[in-house]
Design a protein around this ligand. Structure first.
Ligand SMILES: Cc1ncc(COP(=O)(O)O)c(C=O)c1O
Length: 437
């Protein structure tokens, strides 16, 4: 840890607290700098976004909307937020964007507040099939006290069973038909399901948290032009910005748009983390320049990684559909509910590869699942391509199939990663270190 010039003027106990935190921050940074970050919900931000996130804006307030504030001092931030709203509308080609929400979950809480009342029906993907906790009674759906029915699932295709789900929607007549998942390999068959939902007067909501960057880059599906009325999302997964959320809508109805804005402020947020909003706006500008290529390469890397893992002998899900059409790949490591996914994730971490265990279809216990969910978006961001996906799959095989000592593999992982330290797809990329500690 950097020692302050002039020494510490504080008690040893409190100095130690600060040291503990600073050392852990540096160690966590080093773990990702030297290793392979492959958690599908994570990413790294560009140096310009990093700078903005640690700017003076982090301590400021702006409630309301641009030019309609409750505080003085917001003039400069008005310029930033207005620009961000316009860039988001342009990028997603929609008439409405709110860029205030502080996460994907907050976006979902706000959207459900705007779209439903306690006691209403909602349909969504079950958490066992890959839906997010905010789509469940334990999360935002329960917070709004909605009655949840989950879509019948097509395990082969890893998507809602179209006919059975349309039938469920017609029967339940939900206030909100919610689509999208955390385990998200393939686009949702939205056109068919949105038709059924609109027929019975439902609002169609699509949670694009994971795949927002792929959608913006034109490489997944275009929910707001395939029948979704509203799309929520995180700004920090495949969309490579700082942590935060988006709410977008295809509706030009001003009353509806007001309801969405009001559900964020004052409905869900007071201050909405201005430094992150400003970071999102620069990330939007960077995405307009480089996002299409980034998204295309992310998906081709995920497909190459799925094939390379299968060639090594891993059980990779959805072989018949080419393994994936997103940034994610799913692998099965043992019997259902056996905890084989947890064990694999632990061994990989010992080798410097950071992943997460995940329930796969048929698993019933979140803490002892059989699978891993792997994401290639961060490796893509530091310049890896399809050839490197073969190298990465080899590391997996050495640890999990060949039984090599993870510590030996870690040395090779660290050497390999030392060649991928510059963050790509951002302004002035040649000068940028992706992993400042
Ligand atoms: C589908 C889905 N929605 C919402 C979220 C929550 O996003 P956040 O972590 O930004 O709150 C996630 C998180 O991974 C997710 O997978």
């Amino acid at each position: 840890m950097v020692e302050p010039a002039g020494g510490w003027k504080a008690s040893p106990a409190n100095i130690n607290h600060a040291r503990t935190v600073m050392n852990a921050v540096a160690d966590s940074g080093a773990l990702y700098r030297d290793g392979l970050g492959m958690i599908a919900s994570e990413n790294i931000v560009s140096p310009m976004v990093q700078r903005i996130v640690s700017s003076d804006l982090h301590g400021r307030y702006a409630e309301g909307l641009p030019y309609k504030r409750y505080y003085q001092g917001c003039g400069d931030f008005d310029t930033i937020e207005e620009l961000g709203i316009n860039l988001a509308k342009e990028l997603f080609n929609v008439p409405f964007a709110n860029i205030q929400s502080t996460s994907g979950t907050v976006s979902n809480i706000a959207a459900l507040k705007a779209l439903s009342k306690p006691g209403d029906n909602i349909t969504a993907v079950s958490t066992a099939d890959g839906g997010h906790i905010s789509h469940a009674r334990m999360g935002a759906v329960g917070l709004r006290d909605l009655n949840l029915s989950t879509y019948p699932w097509d395990e082969e295709r890893m998507e809602p069973d179209i006919d059975a789900s349309a039938e469920l929607i017609r029967e339940i007549q939900p206030k909100v038909a919610l689509f999208g998942q955390s385990v998200f390999l393939f686009p949702t068959p939205l056109k068919e399901l949105a038709d059924a939902a609109h027929e019975v007067g439902s609002t169609v909501m699509y949670d694009g948290a994971h795949v927002l960057g792929l959608i913006a880059g034109g490489c997944f599906q275009d929910p707001l032009h395939e029948g979704a009325d509203i799309m929520t999302g995180s700004s920090h997964k495949t969309f490579p910005g700082p942590q935060g959320g988006f709410i977008l809508s295809s509706s030009s109805d001003e009353k509806f748009q007001r309801r969405l804005n009001n559900a964020v402020f004052p409905g869900t947020c007071s201050s909405y983390h201005l430094h992150h909003v400003a970071g999102k706006v620069v990330a939007l500008a960077e995405f307009m320049e480089y996002g299409e290529e980034l998204s295309r390469n992310t998906v081709s890397n995920a497909q190459a990684f799925g094939s390379a893992l299968a060639a090594e002998g891993f059980d990779v899900l959805a072989e018949s559909r080419g393994y994936t059409a997103s940034h994610q790949v799913l692998t099965r490591h043992g019997e259902l509910d056996s905890g084989a996914g947890a064990k694999a994730a632990d061994l990989l971490e010992q080798a410097g590869i950071i992943t997460n265990m995940n329930m796969l279809p048929g698993d019933t216990k979140a803490m002892t699942p059989s699978g891993l969910r792997l994401g290639v978006q961060e490796l893509t961001r530091v310049g890896m391509g399809t050839d490197e996906m073969t190298d990465v799959a080899r590391f997996y095989a050495r640890v999990l199939l060949n039984g090599e000592d993870p510590k030996t593999v870690k040395q090779d992982v660290n050497d390999f990663k030392s060649n991928y330290q510059i963050i790509r797809y951002c302004f002035n990329e040649e000068n940028q270190n992706g992993y400042p500690l």
